[in-house]
Design a binder for this molecule. Sequence first.
Ligand code: 5GP
Ligand code: ZN
Length: 114
Amino acid sequence: MSDSCLFCRILAGEVPATIVDETETTLAFRDIAPVSPTHVLVIPKQHVADLDEAVRVAPQITADVLARCSAIAESEGLANGYRVVINTRADGGQQVGHLHAHVLGGRPHSWPPG
Ligand code: 5GP
Ligand code: ZN
């Protein structure tokens, strides 16, 4: 838990969020500014800053996060497909320094991203 981390504060219940899924190691909640009809963020309960740190210190949680992305896509009814995005540090466009995967669905997503 990092006192200054927004997503740790959501985990602690200090910042409200619409929770859609929880496991022993992960939490998923709706993005506050959705860019697609379904826009869910999946985070590990353990604070890790980004994907690289997660792979270094707790690689299992990367698998846990991705497994929940798949489960949430199913529970959200995204049978036509979906996109998972993990923005990583500055060039990746990461704004919150706690690993999170975006699950985007409910519309077609173009390629390449911006
Ligand atoms: P990033 O740019 O770091 O990959 O994504 C951060 C995401 O967190 C953004 O999509 C942003 O809308 C979302 N976000 C920022 N603040 C909050 C918040 O207080 N609650 C929720 N649910 N999402 C947030
Ligand atoms: Zn955190």
